[in-house]
Design a binder for this molecule. Structure first.
Ligand SMILES: Nc1ncnc2c1ncn2[C@@H]1O[C@H](COP(=O)(O)OP(=O)(O)OP(=O)(O)O)[C@@H](O)[C@H]1O
Ligand SMILES: [Mg+2]
Length: 377
């Protein structure tokens, strides 16, 4: 079957999606690069935080580097420093705060490869992170380098690349423990192979970016030996409403651009309504200071993007070509109300306490939003 053609893939890896930006940065990057790095730390920072509308001249044209991560700029700089050191980076935070997103972009910019990824789960085994065997070859020829099927850790160490370990706390302790020697001694042993083939020394450029969310199994589930090998960076949800609006606008726009059936437009004021709803329920207060009930589910930016995209699809398939406030309400309950039915009450009370007074005051959009309360079920 192989890799799907770019136009058939639902989502391309970052290094392919942002290939033009990465090529422009690499071509104009004259700062020193840590050994094994595809870009210098300054260029990695520009890739993540954007070139602030200043274009980079490349290949006879100009490329503006878009901002990918909104929030704490110093956190991003610190993350880059840690990855250039001998310690791993662990991004911790609530679900949907862009831990995976940041890790993917860092790996693409630093190693040119974001696909060396291990997904932590209770069923994860050592051979899924280190190496496995091609059993037909193993039986025919015995253990050999040819019969070895490398997994992300083997590839990252032997090629000097970053390895991403998603949801590391969900991996069994035995698997977490196998990381210890790879991270401290920078060596991976393959006892089945004789001589030099049995010892993989990590090339420079190798390191690990792990993520862990605070809602599932917390970082206290990690062995203390492994914790000591990582620097922790905690990512908070986006604090500024205007930044969150930008993220949702860009993300929904990107999703719609990849989908020929998504023909509807997303008016700016409807987008603002959507992000305001998420922002206010998450913070437990409206922008005019009215206290609100908080939902037990995660009101993350990622969930706002998903409601935005679903509303855009709904408007494309069944609406009049533009997303309306009612389309948001139709999709909100499905995202907010997961395992706790009380979250539906939280949504309805938001309509009573947050939406109703604005509907009375401002008419227009808020009035239409209030009228859509009937869809909250
Ligand atoms: N601060 C932010 N800057 C840019 N994008 C953000 C930010 N916060 C959230 N997003 C968007 O939210 C989406 C989800 O992020 P991601 O999947 O990386 O979350 P996560 O923290 O890994 O969540 P989980 O713990 O559920 O795995 C991304 O598409 C990202 O664009
Ligand atoms: Mg994640």
């Amino acid at each position: 079957m192989g890799k799907p053609q770019a136009e058939e893939a639902i989502r391309l890896p970052t290094e392919e999606r942002c290939a033009a930006e990465l090529a422009a940065l690499a071509a104009t990057d004259d700062a020193p690069r840590p050994a094994g790095w595809f870009l210098s730390p300054r260029a990695v920072e520009t890739f993540i935080l954007g070139s602030r509308d200043v274009p980079i001249e490349h290949d006879g044209g100009e490329v503006v580097i878009a901002r990918k991560f909104y929030g704490d700029d110093v956190l991003v700089q610190r993350a880059i420093v840690i990855l250039a050191s001998d310690r791993g980076l662990l991004l911790v935070g609530e679900p949907g705060t862009a831990k995976s997103w940041l890790s993917e972009h860092l790996a693409a910019a630093i190693s040119g490869d974001s696909l060396l990824t291990v997904q932590g789960s209770a069923g994860l085994t050592e051979d899924q992170i280190k190496y496995a065997w091609n059993y037909a070859l193993l039986l025919a020829e015995g253990p050999s380098k040819r019969a070895l099927v490398p997994a992300p850790l083997y590839i990252g160490m032997s090629q000097g690349k970053l390895v991403r370990f998603e949801e590391i706390t969900r991996a069994p302790h035995e698997v977490q423990d196998t990381l210890l020697s790879c991270m401290s001694d920078k060596v991976l042993h393959v006892p089945e192979l004789p001589g030099d083939d049995g010892v993989v020394l990590a090339r420079r450029g190798f390191n690990i970016i792990a993520t862990a969310n605070t809602r599932d199994r917390g970082v206290n589930e990690m062995s203390s030996a492994l914790k000591r090998r990582f620097n922790f960076e905690t990512i908070a949800p986006i604090d500024a409403l205007d930044q969150e609006i930008r993220v949702v606008r860009e993300q929904v726009g990107d999703l719609m651009a990849c989908d020929e059936a998504a023909t509807a437009t997303m008016p700016e004021d409807v987008l603002e309504l959507l992000v305001t709803t998420f922002h206010e329920i998450r913070s437990g207060r409206t922008t005019d200071g009215v206290k609100l009930d908080r939902a037990s589910s995660v009101m993350s930016t990622a969930e706002a993007v998903s409601v935005g995209f679903h509303s855009a699809l709904f408007a494309s398939f069944f609406g009049d070509g533009a997303v309306e406030p009612a389309h948001l309400a139709i999709h909100l309950a499905g995202t907010v109300v997961k395992d706790n039915p009380d979250d539906l009450k939280v949504l309805r009370s938001y309509w009573d306490v947050g939406v109703k007074p604005r509907a009375a005051r401002e008419k227009g959009l808020w009035k239409a939003y209030f009228a859509a309360r009937k869809h909250l079920r």
